[in-house]
Design a protein around this ligand. Structure first.
Ligand SMILES: *Cc1c(COP(=O)(O)O)cnc(C)c1O
Length: 412
């Protein structure tokens, strides 16, 4: 997508808006598939929570992806988008037994991440095959909000609890058909990932009827020039060798599964917002855009650094700016960014806006959530309309009669 296309789309649909490039999603899918071409049975289950628009889910299904879901609502969205139940894995954390049973009744693969629910589910439904989420206690990446495999993490069943887990499986006679780990975002070190994989292989030997091993996700993508990204090709080579060795040892061609979110959609997304005000202060120049962390929370929530460019003036002289939002508290998209000279009314483009941007958007400050557009075969398709004032009021109950004065009531 070049800046001319982006600018035209902003003119057509108005800013702020999100735009996703279908071709980029497809090429990332191919890249991951190619990296593991040495595995006989590979399964990529797109992690819906990264970007869950139904049209994006349809694109994933069309590419041959499965779906990783973390809520019953994502399961239902996936089914509506055309995924077969058996192509969906449901990997919740800390949800009720009832929700898991509801998902199971829809025919999707259940993944359980605690012994309490495992025991209850196994006792009631011993015939339903279940995947178990293991916590290998390996620290992946540096951000403790998104690193979920370490010792203090709430995710997964600890490898130190394997004896208890085996006792439950034995007593309930339930069928464990998969084991899973997801150590969180930002895999920087392939050797750490492979180390965690060895723990998973070791655990797998305890189960006789496995169909798959799911290695989760957490592939790091570049946010700016020079950023480290997970070397998928190197990981593919090394893990393929180990996986095939393990399958030979296990005596069965298992399926190798991943559930990438960010890797598939992050770089495909652009967020466009118009500059309302350019404000010189004693210490900096602020460019205030017609948006805020209600639309793109990652800089404020995770300290994420999204590259920002001025697509209205791409060849202008570069100057330093602090790009900020309109939310009435600190709301900074980026400080001290070199951006080609900004005038009021210019459209700024935020990169890597495909994953965890729209799905984390809110109506904070009673603002509308932006539209989403899919760029496919050189054409822009609206896949979500901009909200309106009706959306702000929807589901609100106005109890105005409680606050009417006696005089007013008498006057009626
Ligand atoms: C969030 C999540 C993913 C996707 O992680 P990315 O870093 O976006 O690839 C995969 N699996 C599970 C269980 C998740 O919760």
């Amino acid at each position: 997508m070049n800046s001319l296309n982006l600018l035209k789309i902003a003119e057509q649909f108005g800013a702020p808006l999100y735009i996703y490039d279908a071709e980029k999603i497809s090429s990332q899918f191919q890249r991951l598939t190619n990296a593991f071409k040495g595995v006989s049975n590979l399964r990529l289950n797109y992690a819906a929570k990264a970007l869950s628009n139904i049209s994006i889910l349809r694109l994933m299904d069309h590419l041959g992806s499965g779906l990783d879901t973390v809520s019953i609502q994502e399961v239902k969205l996936g089914l509506m988008a055309g995924f077969k139940p058996e192509s969906i894995i449901y990997t919740p954390n800390g949800v009720s037994l009832e929700e898991i049973e509801e998902a199971s009744a829809l025919g999707v693969q259940i993944n359980i991440d605690n012994l309490s629910v495992l025991e209850q589910f196994g006792s009631k439904h011993p015939d339903v095959p279940v995947c178990i989420r293991i916590n290998p206690h390996v620290m992946a990446g540096g951000n403790s909000n998104i690193s979920v495999g370490h010792i203090d993490s709430k995710f997964g069943i600890s490898i130190h609890q394997i004896p208890h887990l085996l006792r439950i499986v034995d007593l309930t006679q339930m069928n464990i058909n998969g084991i899973h780990m997801h150590t969180g975002s930002d895999i920087l070190d392939i050797d750490v990932f492979l180390y965690a994989s060895e723990i998973l292989f070791e655990t797998a030997k305890n189960f006789k009827d496995l169909d798959f091993i799911d290695f989760g996700s957490g592939f790091k993508v570049p946010y700016k020039a020079g950023d480290i990204e997970t070397n998928i090709e190197e990981l593919g080579k090394k893990l393929t060798t180990r996986f095939n060795e393990f399958c030979a040892e296990y005596g069965k061609e298992l399926t190798l599964a991943f559930e990438p979110g960010k890797f598939l959609v992050s770089e495909a997304g652009h967020f466009l917002a118009k500059v309302n005000v350019v404000k010189q202060t004693t210490s900096t120049v602020f460019a205030s855009v017609d948006s805020g962390f209600n639309h793109l929370i990652r800089p404020m929530l995770y300290g994420a650094s999204h590259e920002i460019s001025n697509i209205s003036n791409p060849k202008g002289r570069e100057r330093y700016y602090s790009v900020v939002g309109y939310i009435c508290e600190t709301d900074t998209f980026g400080s001290n960014r070199r951006i080609s000279e900004i005038s009021e009314g210019d459209v700024l483009c935020f990169k890597n806006a495909g994953a965890y941007c729209f799905t984390m958007a809110s109506n904070y400050n009673s603002r509308f959530r932006p539209p989403e557009v899919l760029w496919h075969n050189g054409k822009a398709h609206l896949i979500r309309e901009r909200e309106t004032f009706d959306d702000i009021l929807r589901n609100q109950v106005d109890v105005k009669e409680l606050f009417e004065s006696p005089e007013k009531i008498a006057a009626k």
